[in-house]
Design a protein around this ligand. Structure first.
Ligand SMILES: Cc1cc2nc3c(=O)[nH]c(=O)nc-3n(C[C@H](O)[C@H](O)[C@H](O)COP(=O)(O)OP(=O)(O)OC[C@H]3O[C@@H](n4cnc5c(N)ncnc54)[C@H](O)[C@@H]3O)c2cc1C
Length: 355
């Protein structure tokens, strides 16, 4: 999100410095790895419209960087009618092309998977290259004169008159006109005492990568259970999600079931009990996959109580936080919003900080 904001601000001629506590491309936060789902399919019209707006900006980013960052393999939402039906209704209301299939029809199209309940297919969905996107954004930002400081942790920020002071760890503070805080899992600590952010819960999620038993086509997919089936802490009925990866595997995981962590704690190994649960899920629903994972990844969610994002400004402090495990598809949209906020725009309803 910070890299996207830097690109938009650099394009508009602002003098921008990006502070990153680790090296660019690190794997300690939320944006590493080679695959994230891009989808337009949400049960809520606002999110469908926002995803559609982001879709157009992904094209601009691909054009500007000369890189293919989205692979439109198509997306499938299936399972509990109360959720999948709401998605079809929201897509229809937004005029977004989609198709409803019977589970056996979907099984013919994607024989590596089993389908359940209602099935909605959205052809524009696909997979985004996460690490490639961050690299493209930082390269483009630098082309527009943005300075990227790596291994440069910020200790704290403070409001000072119409501007702010950024205090690097172990260094002296410097005055800036605007500060954009997009610190991911570390946001709560940096925002404390500066702006009133909603509670931000940090969890370590652990998707796993599985090998297809034979050459098969795979969509990006989300499987919805009804209220009783959910496995996560949040009232989020997603039983499982997944997508094909550029290296020929299928990434698959639970949503919001990770254990709460302090992002400054040293990285810990994955949880075998959770992995066993995903293994069983694969054995049940994915005849086309070997249920023994090739590898397990860890990655951090920073989740608000509603899973809505914070994209807002209070005085000189602009905030992009709480992307709740579904922010990547919105990266260029969030970047543009943050740049607009720096230039004085007001935040949109539904993305606000407490006042
Ligand atoms: C397992 C997993 C699967 C996901 N799947 C999807 C998906 O399929 N589709 C989708 O749309 N989204 C998905 N997401 C969500 C998406 O990846 C995130 O919403 C997005 O990457 C968040 O980006 P960010 O910039 O907020 O966080 P980050 O990329 O973590 O950026 C925050 C940066 O701030 C730096 N920082 C923090 N504190 C400081 C400091 N004090 N000084 C300097 N630097 C600092 C950190 O080092 C970090 O680089 C998934 C996330 C995970 C974890």
């Amino acid at each position: 999100m910070g890299a996207a904001a830097a690109w938009f601000l650099g394009q508009r001629g602002h003098r921008v410095t990006v502070h990153e506590q680790f090296a660019r491309g690190h794997d300690r936060g939320s944006s590493h790895g080679n695959a994230r789902i891009f989808r337009l399919a949400y049960p809520d019209r606002t999110w469908v419209d926002t995803a559609v707006a982001s879709f157009a900006l992904w094209h601009d980013l691909q054009e500007a960087s000369g890189r293919t960052l989205i692979d439109h393999v198509g997306g499938v939402d299936h399972g509990a009618p109360e959720h999948v039906g709401a998605i079809a209704d929201a897509l229809a209301a937004a005029g977004v092309r989609h198709e409803r299939l019977q589970p056996d029809e979907a099984g013919e199209r994607w024989p590596g998977m089993r389908f359940d309940g209602q099935v909605v297919v959205q052809p524009d969905a696909g997979t985004t290259d996460a690490a490639g996107t961050v690299a493209a954004l930082l390269d483009l930002a630098e082309e527009h004169g943005v300075e990227i400081r790596e291994h440069a942790p910020v200790d704290h920020v403070e409001v000072a008159g119409d501007g702010a002071i950024v205090h690097p760890r172990g260094g002296s503070g410097h005055h800036v006109d605007r500060v954009v805080v997009t610190a991911g899992a570390w946001a709560a600590g940096l925002l404390r005492g500066v702006v009133a952010a909603p509670p931000l819960e940090v969890t370590m999620e652990q998707p796993a990568l599985f090998a297809p038993r034979r050459a098969l086509d795979w969509p990006a997919f989300i499987h919805y259970g009804s209220g009783l089936d959910k496995v996560g802490g949040l009232d989020d009925p997603i039983l499982g999600y997944g997508l094909p990866t550029p290296d020929g595997l299928v990434k698959l995981g639970e949503h919001h079931t990770g254990r709460r962590i302090d992002p400054d704690d040293p990285p810990v190994d994955h949880d075998p009990a959770r992995l066993d649960r995903v293994r069983d899920y694969v054995a049940t629903w994915f005849p086309g996959l070997d249920p023994d994972p090739v590898r397990v990844e860890t990655c951090l969610y920073t989740t608000t109580p509603t899973t809505d994002f914070v994209v807002d400004r209070v005085g000189p402090v602009v905030v992009g936080a709480g992307f709740s495990g579904h922010g990547f598809k919105f990266v260029p949209w969030v970047g543009r919003e943050l740049a607009d906020l720096v230039e004085g725009a007001t935040g949109r309803p539904g993305f606000g900080l407490a006042r």
